[in-house]
Write a protein that binds this ligand. Sequence first.
Ligand code: CU
Length: 162
Amino acid sequence: MTSKSTKLTLATLALLASTALSFAGPGGAGHGHGDETAYGKPGDPKKPARIVQVTMGERDGKMHFIPNRIEIRRGEQIKFMLRNNGELDHEIVVATLEENLRHAVEMQKNPDMEHDDPNAKRLAPKKTGDIVWAFTKAGEFDFSCLIPGHREAGMTGTIIVK
Ligand SMILES: [Cu+2]
């Protein structure tokens, strides 16, 4: 499709434009329901999925996902098996980087905002959960914990779909 540098430039432009588009863009808040998004679509639990385990936690004043880089082949359906090994609530939100950054700002205004979306899951300490997502589009995407302060403390990762 496009080269990596072109995509990065587009992502930067999208980010710069996101404020202006936030009221006009399709699915602007990232709460599409069952629809195809820029980063794929909700998975079908009846279809096969590759399992990717992701652990959430805190250590030494930092917060993390392990792993924080996930490579996926375009068209693959992924079942993220999530585990919160930390002492605090954590969440994972899979989206484009610009969508997650915009969403993070909304979360700062509404810290108690709950996510009940197919691309997100919030877990209490020591709990497990999963997300099934079909990565139908190539590109570089983001997964982050959007609880205020957590992304800044390191709870973010990259999904590369080739
Ligand atoms: Cu968190």
